[in-house]
Design a protein around this ligand. Structure first.
Ligand code: HEM
Length: 556
């Protein structure tokens, strides 16, 4: 069932914009009856996305679900009545479709400015367009083709509107959001086929509107790969996508493409990438990291964490550093970064120093990677040759942030799945989370564990409770070391803690809670060198996720 729904959506994704016939629609329908409709909708959508970025995806999906059932008529919003059961409560909407409250808010706001004029169906359409635009995607006012079009009809309709086949493909990129909602079965299939031991790289041809999309979202990759193959070979693609498309063919095509991309991308990164263009890069970075850590040792932890948070969201492309812009919301200001990640000013300082030395050469993404390595080694951990040659992102999809990074309440299965999503194995997961040998966490991140979990060391729980009150809202930001023994030294005491049930975060203790990762934790707790070796190679792997290659861009 799940796989067939996935397949159906894949096929239909190409066809979808809205189900309404373009002949009856106009983009200035409300220009005299409700001239403020667009600004009213947009500001409500904007504030909803500010509260929770994911709501943008949910609103887009509402439009999709509305259009696919009896056309785009707002029928999705109808509640149950005595004469019919509403669509809200039908599978696949029940417990899944969301954002109805936001649509209600928009409708009220619109009713305030022009009562009884604008239909809910139109509000859904505008809200979905605005969600995409606010989250970094395109905006449009295209009259949409009916969903019954085949590929040739779609192409000629788009051509008639002055849009190329490429535009058609880019517009189909809207479905990246929809794909987020697809079930885990499809996700797992993709992961298996993508050979999880390999890092995944995207070539320039998979960029959407100048923004490179990350491999974290394999569904995105899948869709874009299929749409890209459609651009390059219409006939072949139409036979794959439009007619009786074979799931296996799609996945195999994807897997082959990715294997090809991997080989190309891995070849092009190297620790000596700047050896001639910026030979003093390393000696410029390290002293600044050293003096920063001298002033405040915890900053080493914070800098290391920046690298992880950068790499897990759209790959290591410094998208984490982007401030809010008119067309997207930055990653910094949404959970789990908001009021938590720190050290941005240190990266700025280092970037300035590097720019003085070799202007316009070194990417911020590479600087973050070097800084993470230096922080670890300065605090007593291993060192490694950092692969370099990443390219910085110019925009970001904030929504990916809170779906990419696992939360501290995650269980082992989820952690493994998330890491596998970017080609990191179970062993890499255990080694990388060893970074929690450094740094601190806020009370809200571990409150649940110290009050409610039976596998928490009682003495430690008692101690942590002193500064972390039980009730939500009090002392939320109070800090405690994640590694109770040596939070300012990079060593293996984190694992020693875990085997004594002294993991501070729920997600930490999950690594040693009777599952398959127990033996790895035990090994690291007894053998620091094994931990150091594995940590170094896992950091290289994590750092190779989706590097946006400078050479590739220059040669393109
Ligand atoms: C397994 C998934 C992970 C989860 C659920 C997780 C969760 C967290 C949480 C909740 C905090 C405390 C944040 C706060 O309360 O403000 C934290 C801190 C930290 N995390 Fe993770 N983390 C994970 C993996 C990693 C990885 C892979 C690294 C690096 C390779 C890392 C490095 C750090 C560091 C160094 C800190 C301390 C930062 C500081 O003191 O500023 N974490 N993590």
């Amino acid at each position: 069932m799940a796989s067939s729904s996935f397949m159906a959506i894949l096929t239909l994704a190409l066809l979808l914009q809205t189900a309404t016939l373009s002949a009856q629609l106009s983009t200035n329908f409300y220009s005299s009856s409700c001239p403020r409709v667009f600004s009213t909708v947009r500001s409500t959508v904007q504030s909803a996305i500010r509260n929770e970025a994911r709501i943008g995806a949910s609103l887009l999906r509402l439009h999709f679900h509305d259009c696919f059932v009896n056309g785009c008529d707002g029928s999705l919003l109808l509640d149950d009545t005595s004469s019919f059961t509403g669509e809200k409560n039908a599978v696949p909407n029940r417990n899944s479709a969301r954002g109805f409250d936001v649509v209600d808010n928009i409708k009220s706001a619109v009713e305030n400015v022009c009562p009884g004029v604008v239909s809910c169906a139109d509000i859904l359409a505008i809200a979905s367009r605005d969600s995409v635009a606010i989250l970094g995607g395109p905006s449009w006012n295209v009259k949409h083709p009916p969903p019954t079009s085949n590929l040739n009809q779609l192409i000629s309709r788009f051509n008639a509107l002055g849009l190329s086949t490429r535009d058609l493909v880019a517009l189909s990129g809207d479905y990246i959001f929809l794909m987020h909602t697809l079930d885990l079965i499809a996700y797992n299939w993709a992961i298996k086929l993508l050979r999880p031991n390999k890092a995944i790289k995207l070539p320039k041809s998979l960029w959407l509107r100048g923004q490179q999309l990350g491999p974290l979202d394999l569904q995105t990759l899948l869709l874009l790969t299929t749409t890209t193959s459609r651009t390059s070979s219409r006939t072949k693609a139409s036979s794959i996508l439009i007619s009786s498309c074979s799931m296996v063919a799609i996945f195999l095509t994807l897997a082959l493409l990715i294997v090809h991309m991997e080989a190309k991308a891995i070849d092009e990164m190297s620790p000596s990438f700047y050896a001639t263009s910026c030979p003093k890069l390393f000696p410029t970075v390290k002293p600044i990291v050293e003096s920063t850590i001298k002033k405040e040792a915890r900053m080493g932890a914070s800098l290391l964490r920046l690298f992880y948070h950068d790499c897990f969201v759209n790959g290591c492309d410094a998208s984490l550093l982007l401030d809010d812009a008119p067309n997207f919301i930055g990653e910094k200001n949404i959970p789990p970064n908001k009021n938590s990640t720190r050290g941005y000013e240190v990266i700025d300082e280092i970037k300035s120093a590097v720019e003085k030395m070799c202007p316009g050469i070194v990417s911020c993404a590479d600087i973050i990677a070097i800084v993470a390595r230096d922080s670890v080694s300065i605090l007593g951990g291993p060192s490694w040759g950092v692969q370099l040659g990443r390219r910085d992102a110019r925009a970001t999809n904030a929504i990916v942030t809170n779906i990419s990074l696992p939360l501290p309440k995650a269980n082992l299965k989820e952690l493994v799945l998330r890491f596998r999503g970017i080609a990191l194995k179970r062993r890499d997961l255990v080694a990388l989370v060893g970074a929690h040998t450094l740094g601190e966490a806020q009370c809200h991140s571990f409150r649940e564990r110290i009050y409610n979990e039976s596998n928490m060391n009682k003495e430690l729980a008692q101690k942590r409770r002193l500064k972390c009150p039980r009730s939500k809202g009090s002392g939320d930001a109070n800090l405690a070391p994640i590694d109770a023994q040596t939070p300012l030294v990079f060593d293996n005491s984190y694992y020693k803690n875990l085997v004594q049930n002294k993991g501070l975060l729920h997600s930490d203790q999950q690594l040693f809670s009777g599952g398959k990762t127990d033996p790895i934790v035990r090994t690291y707790s007894e053998d620091q060198e094994a931990f150091f070796n594995d940590f170094a190679s896992a950091m290289i792997k994590m750092g190779s996720v989706n590097p946006s290659l400078v050479q590739l861009a220059r040669s393109g």
